[in-house]
Design a protein around this ligand. Structure first.
Ligand SMILES: Cc1ncc(COP(=O)(O)O)c(C=O)c1O
Length: 329
C-alpha cells in the first residue's frame, strides 16, 4: 500500500524496496539484509493481507544494524505470532481505522509502542509538535520543541466509535477466519488454486484472502481464468462500481508507480531521491513482480456479512470455470 513507503518520504528519507517471501508475501529477511547500507535508519515491515512478518529473523537484522522496526499492522489487527499481537512485534505498530478495515471509525488510526521516548515524539507529531501534554502529566515539556508536527488528531467522536468497534474485533475476526477456512476447504477441489500458507506459530487476520494460481496445472494464464470467474459473479451489493471482489495480483509494485519512476515527490528537482543514486528498475523485486503479474489471486469473499450461500456461489464459479477450462483454451 502506497502509504507504507511514502511514510519515509514525508521525512525526507528515501524508500528502498526489499523483496517478499513467496509463501507469505511479507518482506523477505534475506532481501532486507542485502539492501542495508550505513545510511539505513529503519525497516518498515507490512503485515500484508493479515499475516505477521517474520519477527525472529527481521528483528534480529534490526538489532544487528541498530535500526528501528516499524510494523504496519493496518491489515492485521488481532493477528498474532507466538502468542504476541501483530503491531507489538517491533518498536512501533500502526493500525488503520479507515472504513475498509476489520474495524473502523470512519477514519483514524492507532499507534502503539512500549518506548516512552518514541511515544512522546509520536504525540508531538500528531499535534503540530506542540507540547500540550504537560497538563496531563504525560510529558514534562511545556514549550514548543524543535520538530515539525502535523494535525493528525482523530476527533473524540471517532475515538469513541473506535473503542466500541474494538470490542467487536474478536467476533468479526472469528467470522473472517471461519469463512476463509470454508473457502479454503472447498477451493481445494480446484487443482490450479493453491491455498494460503500461514507462518508457523501465526494467527492470520485475513484482511484479504490470498491464493496462488498454478498456470501449468491450468494450462492458461491466471488472468484468463480469473476473468472467466468474474464473469460468473455479480458485483457486490453497495460496491457495484468496484465490480467483483476478486483480483489478479494486488496493487502494482509501488516502485513501478510514477512517484518512484519519475522521482517526483516534492517540488521539481527530485528531492529527496537526488540525495542518493537510488534507482527503481523493473525486476528490482522479482518475487513481488511474479506474484503481482503471474501468480497471486486476491479476494474478499470472506468478509463478515458474506453468507454461506454467497460463498457457495463463489465456489461454484471457480468449479465451473475449472470444469470447463477446455473451452477457455
Ligand atoms: C498496509 C496498509 N498501510 C497503511 C494503510 C493506510 O491506512 P489509512 O488510510 O488509515 O491511513 C493501509 C490502508 O489501506 C494499508 O492497507
Amino acid at each position: 500500500m502506497s502509504a507504507s513507503a511514502t511514510a519515509a518520504l514525508v521525512y525526507g528519507a528515501i524508500p528502498i524496496f526489499a523483496d517478499i517471501e513467496e509463501e507469505y508475501y511479507c518482506l523477505d529477511p534475506r532481501s532486507i539484509e542485502s539492501k542495508i547500507t550505513p545510511r539505513t535508519k529503519a525497516i518498515i515491515v507490512v503485515d500484508i493481507f493479515g499475516q505477521p512478518y517474520d519477527r525472529d529473523a527481521i528483528n534480529a537484522i534490526a538489532a544487528k544494524h541498530n535500526l528501528y522496526l516499524i510494523e504496519d499492522t493496518a491489515q492485521a489487527p488481532g493477528a498474532m505470532l507466538g502468542g504476541q499481537y501483530a503491531g507489538t512485534l517491533g518498536d512501533i505498530g500502526v493500525y488503520s481505522l479507515n472504513y475498509h478495515k476489520h474495524i473502523h471509525s470512519g477514519e483514524g488510526g492507532i499507534i502503539v509502542t512500549d518506548d516512552d521516548a518514541l511515544a512522546e515524539k509520536l504525540r508531538l507529531i500528531r499535534n503540530h509538535a506542540e507540547a500540550v501534554l504537560s497538563a496531563k502529566g504525560i510529558s514534562d515539556k511545556s514549550e514548543l520543541v524543535n520538530m515539525v508536527g502535523f494535525n493528525y488528531r482523530m476527533t473524540e467522536i471517532e475515538a469513541a466509535i473506535a473503542r466500541e468497534q474494538l470490542k467487536k474485533l474478536p467476533t468479526l475476526l472469528a467470522q473472517r477466519l471461519e469463512n476463509t477456512a470454508y473457502l479454503n476447504e472447498k477451493l481445494a477441489q480446484v487443482p490450479c488454486i493453491l491455498p494460503t500458507k500461514i507462518r508457523e506459530g501465526a494467527k492470520h487476520a485475513f484482511y484479504v484472502h490470498p491464493l496462488q494460481f498454478d498456470a501449468e496445472i491450468a494450462q492458461m494464464h491466471r488472468n484468463r481464468f480469473i476473468d472467466a470467474i468474474k464473469a460468473e459473479l455479480p458485483p457486490t451489493l453497495l460496491r457495484e462500481e468496484s465490480t467483483v471482489l476478486l483480483s489478479y495480483g494486488y496493487v502494482k509494485p509501488l516502485y513501478l508507480q510514477p512517484l518512484y519512476q519519475e522521482k517526483i515527490a516534492f517540488g521539481r528537482d527530485g528531492f529527496p531521491f537526488t540525495l542518493s543514486d537510488v534507482t527503481y528498475p523493473k525486476g528490482l523485486c522479482p518475487v513481488t513482480e511474479t506474484m503481482h503479474y503471474e501468480r497471486l489471486v486476491t479476494h474478499e469473499f470472506m468478509r463478515p456479512g458474506m453468507s454461506r450461500s454467497d460463498m457457495d456461489d463463489v465456489i461454484h464459479a471457480f468449479e465451473k470455470v475449472w470444469e470447463n477450462r477446455d473451452e477457455l483454451l
